[in-house]
Design a protein around this ligand. Structure first.
Ligand SMILES: Nc1nc2c(ncn2[C@@H]2O[C@H](COP(=O)(O)OP(=O)(O)OP(=O)(O)O)[C@@H](O)[C@H]2O)c(=O)[nH]1
Length: 258
């Protein structure tokens, strides 16, 4: 750890009783489900992003958002907007903790305590408590933005599209496992060759070791920029600028690390 003490607030978004809905009264057209899921993700990403949060699509029926800065009223308003515009509703469970993994464990436990994702009468749970305003600080969120070194030259312009996809996904699989097991961090593929990890205050050595692990296990070269801030947006922008610096300097790790 780097000495930065984070206080991550995550929100687990779970569609209410979605499985049964997809086959009621008979299986619904797959293309309609895919369209609904991606539109719902886009709307949540925008609604949470307007308030400086980040949303990750993960499994689409379960999504994970980092919501430092969003209070209960913000969450309730988002639920209402989804209810008014979609044939499905969402339950939201907020967790907080010193590490993102801990915060998500707390959020998940709270929703599981209320019953099953497929309970017919479950609708729009709003659980947990945000970080109190008085406890918020400029170090609450640490975001690491990972990117494959020269993905275009090595994969996109060289291999067939599916082989490129496999390489990128293998790198992602190794990184997400390593960051979770070794560093209580949550890593999400965000498109192209990019992975965003939400981390506790990790050190430069921790990140260097993660990059080395993916190189050894998946044969994929990563570099990473790290940012810290009061909100996911602030931390994420810091990470993007740090990644630009890493590209310029041709280093593996850059950022406001101690
Ligand atoms: N979500 C997201 N995707 C990005 C971002 N930057 C690039 N990408 C995606 O990554 C792909 C590859 O772009 P780069 O990472 O710039 O290309 P590269 O060939 O790996 O080059 P270097 O990163 O400079 O080594 C793009 O086609 C985008 O899909 C970003 O900030 N966020």
């Amino acid at each position: 750890m780097s000495g930065i003490v984070t206080n991550t607030q995550v929100t687990l978004v779970q569609l209410d009783n979605y499985g049964p809905w997809t086959v009621t009264p008979s299986p619904r057209r797959e293309v309609d489900l895919q369209t609904l899921q991606s539109r719902l993700y886009a709307d949540l990403s925008q609604a949470i992003g307007m308030r400086d949060g980040y949303t990750f699509f993960t499994r689409f029926d379960n999504m994970v958002a980092v919501t430092n800065g969003l209070d209960l009223e913000d969450h309730a308003r988002i639920q209402e907007s989804i209810r008014n515009r979609y044939p499905v509703t969402v339950s939201l469970s907020i967790g907080t903790g010193a590490t993102p993994a801990d915060a998500l464990v707390e959020a998940t436990a709270a929703i599981q305590d209320e019953g099953s994702a497929q309970d017919a009468d479950r609708s729009e749970l709003l659980l947990g408590q945000p970080v109190p305003e008085s406890e918020r600080s400029d170090d609450d969120v640490q975001i690491a933005h990972f990117d494959v070194v020269d993905a275009t030259g090595k994969y996109t312009d060289e291999l067939d599209a599916f082989s490129s996809f496999i390489h990128i996904e293998q790198g992602y699989a190794e990184l997400m496992k390593h960051m979770h097991v070794a560093h209580d961090s949550l890593s999400f593929f965000v498109g192209g060759d990019n992975i965003i990890a939400v981390c506790p205050g990790l050190s430069e050595d921790d990140y260097a070791e993660a990059v080395e692990h993916v190189r050894e296990t998946a044969g994929v070269d990563l570099r990473v920029g790290v940012g810290t801030g009061a909100s996911p947006h602030d931390a994420g922008m810091g990470a993007k600028h740090a990644l630009e610096l890493a590209r310029e300097d041709e280093t593996d790790v850059e950022g406001d690390l101690h």
